[in-house]
Each structure stands twice: as structure tokens, then as C-alpha cells.
Write a protein that binds this ligand. Structure first.
Ligand code: FDA
Length: 533
């Protein structure tokens, strides 16, 4: 306890000096002198703080910037980056940021689609959890305590080291931060069988605006509910999560079957829409669509790739597909039997890589590009052939050369979990979700606006075919086009515009929780939950 207090005091001194410096009062040399004079723990403390003068500042900042759109010289940069290794470092950072009127942006895996974990339009501090990422797996009790900065790949890897038949209901992309993932709900290969990441988070360690460290019991069920889907960066900082581990077979099956328009892709997608949500919970059927040059005459066509994990063997899968979706013509050759963790590599197109690649948080996944804009939709009624053809014709636009559109089937347990079980409300009644990803290369970043405009054009085009009264969107696919808060005062009336789309009626309970835990609205950003004033 004493060392905790000492460490907090030391970090406070460092931050105090640092912030005075940031505001122009104290030269950098004085700050460093202050650090070495005052601290008998200076090596630890100085190694978690990066000012703009620190030669490692840019490396630390850029380390987890996933969307390179937000890595330009014009992108606003933090005054300070703190990479806490102890809870006292968080407490001191919150204390001094409040005192000096600085905002905090918390970053775990850095995948926020709008970069809100490391960008703000006001003076700010980034709290980066890169040093806070232990994963403690308890196979016997089927749980794992995971510090918030761990990435999903680390969680999968540590579980797989101990058991081939347990896993966590996490996302496909292994470099996503566990905490950011769960903060917005979080879906992946197992979500039709076991629900979202939030549904499988059973305890947490959390620090509030007053520096109090809370667990599920001490924070109460309302706040615990809110931090499992109510969006990141709104309530405080999640330090760790306790995850429920779920059973998976030692051998699973994966498949991917691609068809062009000339090979009947349109009819297959129309049929997929009707049946995918009714396929067994043990599957997660997706269909990805993109524009390619036809192998026959070189002209543009659409390639639709139908894929899924199946929690079982090929022999079990084939009769199901033969009965429910014979039109696809799935054959034994299209399928592979592998372990569950290998299926993560498979869906990341990393089949021949060692499992250790899952530990690499700087790995830039080839799927999905590096400069991108994302949007999402939910579909409740199958869309018509004419509507689908309109989408395909837009996919043939020049700006769409690197676009991926994915339909992700819902159904399964998602139909059976109530809408208000967690803030993530997209449950029964959804046939599938649409993920629109327009991405481009570095050399084309000067033309980013044309790609962004394209994504808005397609989104407008899709309006009549998707969910309507409050057009639903997935909170983890952050999209500021659907609405955002004022930089200054955050208002409920403004926030409800985007809040209803992400959270439906759960938005009001989120506002109540926020009002209680952070009434002064210290933790805020362009899409944070507002308190009631
Ligand atoms: P990041 O660190 O950027 O944080 C995201 C948000 O959470 C920010 O607002 C941040 O402040 C806040 N936050 C982070 N850590 C926090 C903490 N400890 N306490 C409080 N707030 C915190 N989603 C999905 O469900 N399934 C998927 O398969 C994928 N796939 C995918 C692929 C790729 C390439 C990208 C870029 C994104 C996805 N996503 C996804 C979306 C992803 O789940 C979403 O962006 C998460 O918020 C990312 O969490 P990170 O911790 O990585 O981001």
C-alpha cells in the first residue's frame, strides 16, 4: 500500500512538472531534473511518460495507430502520452488531467475507426495501456483475467497454450484491444453460439473519475452493464476484465467458396439472405463482396465469397449445407479441419504463419487495408434483386476498387438474448449486419475525400433496404457521419441522434449511468454518452 502511495505521489510530481512545462512554464530540462531529484523510482516513472520532446514520443504514439488516415502531420497530437504500468499511474494521470483541464483519451488496441483513442481537438493526454496487458487463464474454472491493454490475439494464444477446447467469444482480427472490443459489444466467430464479448465478460476492474478502483460488486450492476457495450471512453478507464471461457471442439471446420456474377453469385446471395440466420448456432455465415476483373474477358465483375466457421467436423457440416443451402454446392475440397485457434489465422489469411503472430500487436492485417472509412447497417427484411444489382453497380465505380462489403448473418443465440441484457441492442429480428469498408493506399491518401464521398453515396443508396426507425449501426464501427457531440458542451438532444442508432432504447439507461458515475463529464469525446445536467 505504501509503495502504491509513493508511486502515485511520484507520478503526480512528474505529471505536475510535466503539465506546467506543457503549458510553457517549465523548461524540459527542469522537468527532467525535477524527476531525478524527487524520485527514487525515477527509472520506472520516467519510462511511462512521453512528452513531445522525448525521442520515443512519435514511436509510442504511432505504435498502435491502426488507421493511417490519422497518422498525418495535421492530426492533433497529445501533449503527453502515459503508458501506465501500475494502477497508481492511472490515478495520478486522471488527477492531474482534471486539475489542468486536459482531456484523457484511453487507448488499448488503437482500432477505433475514427481514432478517438488518440485524437482530440482540445489539449489532451493519451493513456495507452500497452504496458497493462497480462493474461491469466484459469482452465479449471473456465475464466481468464485479462488486463485491458491485451489484444485478442494474446488472449487466444494464452488460452490455446493451456487448452485446445476452450476459447473466448472474441473478434476475428487479432490485434484488436480486448477492452475497446468489449466496450462496444464485440462480435466474432463464436457470437451466434455464445453472444458478444460483452455477454461473456463477467467482472471488471475499473477506475473512475475520482481515482476509485472498482470491481463488479463495488461499481454496481448498472455501471457493469454499461461498460459491456455502451461504447469506449465514456465512463472511466477499464483496467481489466474477467472473461468467461467457452467450449469449442478440438477440431473445427472452415470453408470459403467464391462465385462471380457469371457463376450465379446474385441468386446465391439472395438465397443466403433467406437462410443464413437460420443455420446452426455453430456457424457464423458471412458473404464478402468486392469488384474483380473477370478471368473470362477481363471485364469488371463482382466476386462473392461465402465463408463460415463450423464448430464440428466436415462430415457433420456437409449434410447440413446440402440440406439447407444446396445451391452453393459446398464440397469436401472447399473445407478444412483445423483447431479453433488456427481458424483465427485462417480468417485473417495467415494460414501458414506460426501462432506467435497472434502476439504481434503492430502487425498490420492485409485484410481491410490501412487507410479506411467504415459504415454499418442492419437488415431485417431480405433485399431485392434490383436493390442488390444497384449495390453491385456502385461496387464497379472507380473509387470502389478496394471496397469490401460483408453481410454477416445474425440469428443463433443473438435471437434469444434480450435487447437490454447489455447496451448492445442488435439482437432478435436482424437477418444480418452489413459492413462497408472503403479503403485506399498511401499514395492515394491525398484523394481520401473521394473514397469517403463514395461510402456516403452507397450508404444513402442503401437507405430504403435497411433498418428504418432509427437506422441501426454498430457502436464499435465508429462513424461520426451518423452524429456527434459538440466539442464543448455535450447535449442529450444532440447525442440521442447517434445514441439511438448504436444503442436503441438502452441509450437512456446509459445516460443515467453516466450522470451518476461522471456527472461533470470528464471522460468525453465526439460520441461519448452525455450526463444529464
Ligand atoms: P481503441 O484503443 O482505439 O479504443 C476504442 C474505443 O474504446 C476508444 O473510444 C477508446 O478511448 C476506448 N477504450 C479503449 N480502451 C479503453 C479502456 N481500457 N477503458 C475505457 N475505454 C477504452 N469489431 C468487432 O466486434 N469484431 C471484429 O471482428 C472487428 N474487426 C475489426 C478489424 C479491424 C481491422 C478494425 C480496425 C476494427 C475491428 N472491429 C471489430 C472494431 C473494434 O472492435 C473496435 O474498433 C474497438 O473499439 C477496438 O478496440 P481497441 O481497443 O483496439 O481500440
Amino acid at each position: 500500500m505504501k509503495s502504491l502511495q509513493l508511486s502515485m505521489l511520484l507520478l503526480s510530481l512528474v505529471l505536475a512538472a510535466l503539465l506546467s512545462f506543457s503549458m510553457g512554464a517549465l523548461p524540459h530540462e527542469d522537468f527532467l531534473q525535477c524527476l531525478s531529484l524527487r524520485s527514487n523510482d525515477s527509472s520506472t516513472i520516467s519510462s511511462v511518460i512521453y512528452t513531445r520532446n522525448n525521442p520515443s514520443y512519435s514511436t509510442v504514439l504511432e505504435f498502435t495507430i491502426r488507421n493511417l488516415r490519422f497518422n498525418s502531420t495535421n492530426t492533433p497530437k497529445p501533449l503527453v502520452i502515459v503508458t501506465p504500468s501500475r494502477t497508481s499511474h492511472f490515478q495520478a494521470t486522471i488527477y492531474y488531467s482534471r486539475k489542468h483541464g486536459l482531456q484523457i483519451r484511453t487507448r488499448s488496441g488503437g482500432h477505433d475507426y475514427k481514432g478517438l483513442s488518440y485524437i482530440a481537438k482540445v489539449p489532451f493526454v493519451v493513456v495507452d495501456l500497452v504496458n497493462f496487458r497480462s493474461v491469466d487463464v484459469d482452465v479449471e474454472n473456465r475464466v481468464a483475467w485479462v488486463q485491458a491493454g491485451a489484444i485478442l490475439g494474446e488472449v487466444y494464444y494464452r488460452i490455446a497454450k493451456k487448452s485446445r477446447t476452450l476459447s473466448f467469444a472474441g473478434g476475428v482480427f487479432h490485434s484488436i484491444g480486448v477492452s475497446g472490443f468489449i466496450s462496444g459489444g464485440g462480435f466474432g466467430l463464436l457470437f451466434r453460439k455464445y453472444g458478444t464479448g460483452g455477454d461473456n465478460a463477467i467482472d471488471a476492474q475499473f477506475i473512475d473519475v475520482n481515482g476509485r478502483i472498482l470491481d463488479r460488486k463495488s461499481m454496481g450492476e448498472d455501471l457493469f452493464w454499461a461498460i459491456r457495450g455502451g461504447g469506449g471512453g465514456s465512463f472511466g478507464i477499464v483496467l481489466a476484465r474477467k472473461l468467461k471461457l467457452v467450449p469449442v471442439p478440438a477440431t473445427v471446420t472452415v470453408f470459403s467458396v467464391s462465385r462471380t456474377l457469371e457463376q450465379n453469385a446474385t441468386q446465391l446471395i439472395l438465397r443466403w439472405q433467406e437462410i443464413a440466420h437460420q443455420l446452426p448456432d455453430e456457424m457464423n455465415p458471412d458473404v464478402s463482396m468486392f469488384s474483380v476483373n473477370s478471368t473470362q474477358d477481363g471485364r469488371k465483375t463482382i466476386l462473392a465469397s461465402f465463408s463460415s466457421l463450423f464448430l464440428g467436423t466436415i462430415d457433420e457440416l456437409l449434410p447440413i449445407m446440402q440440406q439447407r443451402f444446396p445451391e452453393l454446392g459446398l464440397s469436401r475440397q472447399d473445407c478444412s479441419e483445423i483447431s479453433w485457434i488456427e481458424s483465427i489465422l485462417y480468417f485473417n489469411q495467415l494460414q501458414n504463419q506460426p501462432l506467435e503472430i497472434l502476439l504481434n500487436r503492430t502487425f498490420r492485417n492485409p485484410v481491410g487495408g490501412q487507410y479506411y472509412k467504415i459504415k454499418s447497417d442492419y437488415v431485417k427484411v431480405p433485399i431485392s434483386e434490383t436493390a442488390l444489382n444497384g449495390l453491385f453497380s456502385r461496387l464497379s465505380d472507380e473509387e470502389a476498387s478496394s471496397v469490401i462489403i460483408i453481410f454477416m448473418a445474425y440469428g443463433g443465440i443473438m435471437d434469444r438474448i434480450p435487447e437490454d441484457a447489455t447496451p448492445f441492442p442488435h439482437r432478435a429480428g436482424n437477418l444480418y449486419k452489413i459492413y462497408y469498408n472503403v479503403n485506399w493506399q498511401e499514395q492515394d491518401n491525398v484523394n481520401s475525400q473521394k473514397y469517403i464521398d463514395w461510402s456516403r453515396k452507397v450508404y444513402n443508396y442503401m437507405t430504403p433496404f435497411v433498418s428504418k426507425s432509427s437506422r441501426e449501426a454498430y457502436a464499435n464501427y465508429r462513424d461520426l457521419d451518423i452524429g456527434s457531440n459538440n466539442v464543448g458542451i455535450t447535449s442529450y438532444t444532440q447525442a440521442i441522434v447517434w445514441g439511438r442508432k448504436y444503442f436503441k432504447n438502452n441509450f437512456d439507461r446509459l445516460v443515467q449511468v453516466k450522470t451518476k458515475i461522471d456527472p461533470e463529464n470528464f471522460f468525453k469525446h465526439e460520441q461519448s454518452i452525455p450526463p444529464l445536467h
